[in-house]
Write a protein that binds this ligand. Structure first.
Ligand code: AMP
Ligand code: MG
Length: 420
């Protein structure tokens, strides 16, 4: 990068960068945060682990019963014969039986209770009849290990239970607790500053003047950035004036690891974002082969990484998902993962011009035929933010193609990928 717009810059005749090329360049340029903090489990929810966790215990720590029933010696219950066993005691969860199960004996046992010495299987209580101090079992095949959960079946002492780069969700917090770990080292929170640019932007609560619109991008960005691993700084609406844009850049660069702006990266006359970044930092101004979201400024502002997102509200979201989120993941050390892509039948013709990958907004539904079906949300302009609210997925139409016909299989990327 250098101080003037480079690569596929403002010259509209220049070649567009594919989404994959753009993402690869961004990922090669952004640094990972190096500092970490030690947090208690609850405070670590949603954060990115930065050192692996090795278990110092077996889970479960002892062999125990998977059922309510009777702990027996399997050799006392030969295949398909009726047997009667004497009940010599009981083992409850947290209150194990202290003795030894001998020939012809059994112990009443509850789910999660320790297996008594001598017993190697559990008969389900539904499979026996009880009479005073005895149980009778008829024609049951009892195998060694039946209904027994062995020590270390889930996790063994010495196993790496979680790896660096894993996000700590509900399952991970529970897993850490199950091995007795109460604190973890996670990447410190990424500081992200953002602001909107545009003279036409009015803030909520003020009446709209002629030619004005409400600033929605700051709210969308607030929503997109409200994640446990991010601390965000909303720097407001900045008018299209050189000095104001400069001051906002200085403020953002001073507080943040990552700076996001929306608007002002087109080649319009009042678009000062790229110009200011060229002055105060380093910039590459790219034209991405995607729709929506063609213009994108990317660069450095001091130590901070900078993205100048387009102004149109759907373009903000599309470029955030395709470029900013992968950068956030790299900066916070989160393991890269492939997006979940699904093949679905289009319910109608989807037309496009060749040249750019389209991210149409779709509604994905399971059909009565057992297949996925997807329809668009209607008008697909990059200003139609309601399309993002109606949609539950992007329909990805490849750059080189001309769209799809009704009934064709198309690739769909769900907004929520079943891994919350
Ligand atoms: P620009 O990239 O500044 O030329 O803006 C492109 C389009 O996005 C224009 O129609 C702007 O009015 C609109 N726009 C820019 N910023 C915002 C914002 N914060 N909220 C809603 N619309 C915006
Ligand atoms: Mg503008």
């Amino acid at each position: 990068m250098n101080n003037t717009p480079t690569d596929c810059c403002a010259d509209p005749g220049q070649k567009l960068l594919s989404v994959e090329q753009g993402r690869a360049r961004i990922l090669a340029a952004v640094p990972a945060i190096q500092s970490a903090e030690q947090l208690h489990l609850r405070a670590a929810l949603g954060r990115i682990l930065c050192t692996p966790v090795v278990s110092r215990v077996d889970v479960p720590p002892f062999a125990n019963s998977a059922m309510d029933g009777y702990a027996v010696r399997s050799q006392d219950c030969p295949d398909s014969q009726a047997v009667t066993l004497e009940i010599i005691g009981s083992s409850f969860a947290g209150a194990p039986f202290a003795g030894q199960v001998g020939a012809g004996q059994c112990v009443r046992i509850m789910t999660g209770a320790a297996m008594p010495d001598g017993a190697d299987a559990v008969l389900m209580q539904e499979h026996v009849s009880r009479d005073a101090g005895q149980v009778r079992c008829e024609n049951r095949i009892v195998q060694c290990g039946q209904n027994v959960r062995y020590a270390g079946e889930d996790t063994r002492c010495g196993d790496t239970v979680l790896h660096a780069g894993q996000r700590l969700g509900a399952a991970e917090l529970g897993l850490l607790a199950s091995v007795g770990v109460g604190e973890v080292r996670v990447t410190r929170r990424l500081r992200v500053a953002f602001f909107s640019t545009g003279d036409e932007l009015a803030s909520i609560g003020t009446p709209l003047g002629r030619g004005q619109i409400y600033d929605s991008n700051r709210y969308t960005l607030f929503g997109l950035l409200s994640r446990p691993e991010i601390e965000c700084f909303d720097l407001g609406v900045i008018p299209d004036q050189r000095e104001a844009v400069r001051a906002a850049f200085r403020e953002a660069g001073a507080v943040a690891d990552l700076v996001l702006t929306s608007g002002g990266v087109s080649v319009g006359e009042a678009d000062y974002v790229t110009e200011t970044l060229g002055e105060l930092g380093e910039i590459s101004f790219w034209r991405m082969a995607m729709k929506p979201g063609k213009p994108l400024a990317f660069g450095r502002l001091g130590e901070a990484v900078f993205f100048g997102l387009p102004g149109n509200p759907v373009s903000v979201m599309a470029t955030f998902y395709q470029f900013v989120l992968p950068a956030v993941r790299k900066m916070t050390g989160e393991q890269a993962r492939e997006p979940l892509l699904i093949q679905a039948r289009s319910t109608r013709d989807l037309k496009k011009a060749p040249g750019r990958t389209e991210f149409q907004r779709g509604i994905l539904q399971a059909g009565a035929d057992g297949q996925w079906h997807v329809s668009t949300t209607g008008l697909q302009g990059s200003h139609v933010l309601s399309s993002m609210s109606k949609a539950n997925c992007f329909i990805l139409l490849p750059a080189e193609g001309t769209g799809a016909a009704e009934g064709d299989l198309v690739t769909v990327q769900p907004f929520q990928d079943f891994r919350c």
